[in-house]
Design a protein around this ligand. Sequence first.
Ligand code: VK7
Length: 276
Amino acid sequence: MSGSEMGFRSFDPESSFFSYPTSHLHIEELSASIVRSHRETTQYRPEELQALRWKVFSREEIHAYQSKSVDEMWQHCAVRLTDAVQYVVEFAKRIPGFRQLCQNDQIALLKSGSMEVVLVRMSRMFNTENNTVFFDGKFAGTELFKSLACGDLIAAVFDFAHNLCALRLTEQQMAVFTALVLINADRPCLEDRERVQKVRRDVELALSHIMHRDNQESLLHKLYQRVPVLKSLCALHIEKLRWFRQLYPLTVHSLFPPLYKELFGSDTDIQSLTTH
Ligand SMILES: N#Cc1cc2c(cc1C(F)(C(F)(F)F)C(F)(F)F)CC[C@H]1N(C(=O)[C@H]3CC[C@H](C(=O)O)CC3)CC[C@@]21S(=O)(=O)c1ccc(F)cc1
């Protein structure tokens, strides 16, 4: 094994901790730990989803969803989104390096990145053969979400999930990619950007290590190309939420989960995200 793979440390008196080329073993351990965290913090396993693959909603069931009022359907989805975000918070807390970041930066990364991770995770729930996503126990097409009254956003969310699902990422590749989506040194309001960048560098090495091992380096640039789309989907979500809140201020105020409002509402400070 060459010197750089051995990861010889060079003590840099300036930096708060060793700046060293990361060792091969460290990257292997980091990948394994991220994959384990992913497995422990997703609500559905791939084999479960595979078994339910052809369980689709009947016309009556679809009609029942379409007959819900706009505020009822938004509230229903907001509760599911908040559940999914809480699993992402758990995932983040189990990523080595993320826990070592200061509390402020952990919260800043979750505030700006948890929705993106949920959208990436949604691609695991997608069936590209009939363009449906797993929702409330069965697979649903875009028409089921009509009463949300944001057809353009739903179409974009489905489109993103379809394209990512078509890359057929393994659970390991998905796990490390979501860690990379979360640990982004360009996010707003970070206190120690350099430290976030150092943690991100190791996760980048872990992803290229896994893609190299799986002989799928060609996927890497396709994955990185999907990231700006994630950003635009989240911006569109915030825009729609502002529109919805103007129409139904009381629903958002009293019926939306507090974490949802802290994450996606105005820039209120975040209490329930404190990752103790
Ligand atoms: N409120 C909501 C909302 C909620 C969700 C999404 C989008 C929105 C919006 F906001 C948007 F798009 F603006 F963001 C939308 F669509 F409503 F407008 C996409 C991620 C979905 N989601 C999941 O797919 C998770 C992924 C992780 C998985 C796991 O952990 O294993 C469990 C299921 C969580 C919430 C959920 S959802 O299921 O309510 C849903 C809603 C609309 C849709 F077209 C498809 C799904």
